[in-house]
Design a protein around this ligand. Structure first.
Ligand SMILES: *Cc1c(COP(=O)(O)O)cnc(C)c1O
Length: 490
């Protein structure tokens, strides 16, 4: 199928602008690289054929995608709106201003900084802003000078001071993120980093333990937020702990920003009123373009808005335009319904699996994700389970569980998330069916034996008839909930 063929063969009244745009786009790509065009098309077909349960992914709207694919990418706009280091930024000023205003309205934040290219970048901007506000500012005030006039000797002293600052954040294996003080990440190079874990028995965050650690460590930054934790967090209590030890409360809501925007997490479960600084991605539950954002209280604005030069170079104007569209979409009543349905679906998925005797970490979920202990439930590693399920047409990712004995590569868990399937319009009945498909595959999968007769952690044997019937079931399900139905290609 090509654009011309589509235009020629489709009756005028059935012509669809999204299909035309998609084809036109591919044709332009094809002029330079047929192989890249082919892979874009293949990705659409892959995502249409397989069921996406990856908790950190979603399906952005075609409008959001259109805002990204254009000449805005050519523009440099270092600085911030109406305060740029380049001429000709008038239109980018308006775009960034609109995105930031919409974000402030959506989250009720004092200030929104929409330039970070990703969640990891947003965290770096936040860390540096906090260091500047809490360490650099008083240091310069005491010496009655500024950064430019600071002597080389005093600058070295300032850098030594930065290096001694403590970060207290959630351990990677308890559900934290790489950027929260993991040794292989810059956050552990910048900070003297300490990690808290979930409780060994309940696998829940233990407020008393958090308080105890915060009092012992007295961190500059108390960081709360997760990539793989399925329970809500009381941020009023977190702020209380931060205040008791004079720490800055930073919340990384990369995963659950859509649930905050959609009014699922309200009151003490909404981090924005309580945290000094909030970071997020824009592409997970929030369903926008791939990107990041920092929200903060007034006192941090003057540092956060200088994410360039502190950490970033030029912003991505095309992505800021797409962020504005996504925030506008998220302000709608439809998005509120969507956000509530994400959680309904994830609870239905967890309940259906538990009815089959499957072990779900913490016994359920309050948000968009759940963690399946496939080691306890099926005697498999996460890697085996991930691959077996993918053979049956379901895309998800393996995940380390708290105190995982199988390490971060093989793992003992699967992380399931419902943002994407909820975007397709699926509901509780579909979740029940998906739970059956997954359980059916996994209970008929077992580790292969290694040459020495031990159970392999990677290889597995599965029932090919069940894989085949699962694929069929998934295909039938997806036929009822097509991805981007406006794009009509065959
Ligand atoms: C996904 C995630 C990030 C990183 O986002 P990227 O856009 O991939 O850089 C940061 N923090 C948390 C908690 C996340 O889940």
């Amino acid at each position: 199928m090509s654009l011309l063929k589509y235009l020629n063969e489709t009756p005028k009244e059935n012509l669809n602008i999204s299909t035309i745009a998609f084809f036109a786009n591919l044709e332009k790509v094809k002029e330079i690289s047929p192989s890249i065009a082919k892979n874009i098309l293949n990705e659409l077909q892959d995502q249409r054929k397989n069921l996406k349960l990856i908790a950190s992914e979603n399906f952005s709207s075609l409008s959001v995608q259109s805002a990204m694919g254009n000449l805005l990418t050519d523009k440099y706009a270092e600085g911030y709106p109406y305060n740029r280091f380049y001429a000709g930024c008038d239109n980018v000023d308006k775009i960034e201003e609109e995105a930031a205003n919409l974000a402030q309205e959506l989250f009720g934040a004092d200030y929104a900084y929409v330039q970070p290219h990703s969640g990891a970048d947003a965290n770096m901007v936040a860390f540096l802003s906090i260091l500047m506000a809490k360490i650099q500012k008083p240091f310069l005030e005491e010496l009655e000078t500024d950064l430019i006039n600071l002597t080389a000797e005093d600058f070295l002293k300032l850098r030594e001071k930065y290096g001694k600052q403590k970060l207290l954040a959630m351990d990677l294996y308890s559900g934290g993120h790489l950027t929260h003080g993991y040794r292989f990440n810059n956050s552990a190079i910048m900070f003297d980093a300490y990690n808290y874990t979930v409780d060994k028995e309940t696998k829940l965050l233990d407020i008393d333990n958090l308080r105890k650690m915060a009092h012992e460590i007295k961190p500059l930054i108390f960081l709360v937020g997760y990539s793989a934790y399925s329970r809500k967090i009381n941020f009023a209590k977190m702020r209380e702990i931060a205040d008791e030890v004079g720490a800055v409360l930073m919340v990384d809501m990369a995963h659950f920003a859509g649930l905050v925007a959609g009014g699922v997490f309200t009151g003490e479960y909404n981090p924005v009123p309580y945290a000094h600084v909030v970071t997020t991605t824009t592409h997970k539950t929030l369903r926008g373009p791939r990107g990041g954002m920092v929200l903060c209280k007034k006192e941090f604005k003057e540092y956060v808005e200088k994410g360039c030069p502190s950490f970033l170079g030029g912003p991505l104007p095309h992505v800021m335009a797409a962020k504005a569209l996504a925030f506008k979409e998220a302000l709608s009543d439809d998005f509120k319904k969507y956000a509530h349905n994400i959680v309904k679906n994830s609870q239905a998925l967890a309940d259906s699996l538990m009815e089959k005797g499957v072990h779900i970490v913490t016994g359920g979920t309050d948000n968009h994700l759940l963690l399946v202990d496939v080691s306890k439930s099926y005697g498999l590693t996460g890697r085996q389970a991930e691959n077996a399920v993918r053979e049956g047409g379901i895309t998800l990712n393996r995940n380390g569980l708290p105190f995982d004995i199988n390490g971060p590569w093989y793992t003992s868990g699967l992380r399931l998330g419902t943002p994407a399937v909820t975007s397709l319009g699926m509901g509780v009945d579909e979740m029940k069916e998906i739970a059956s498909i997954i359980d059916n595959i996994l209970k008929n999968t077992k580790p292969a034996k290694t040459s020495s007769g031990k159970a392999s952690k990677a290889k597995f044997e599965t029932d090919l008839n069940i894989i085949k019937s699962s694929k069929k079931q998934v295909a039938d399900l997806l036929l009822k909930f097509p991805l981007y139905p406006e794009i009509q290609i065959d």
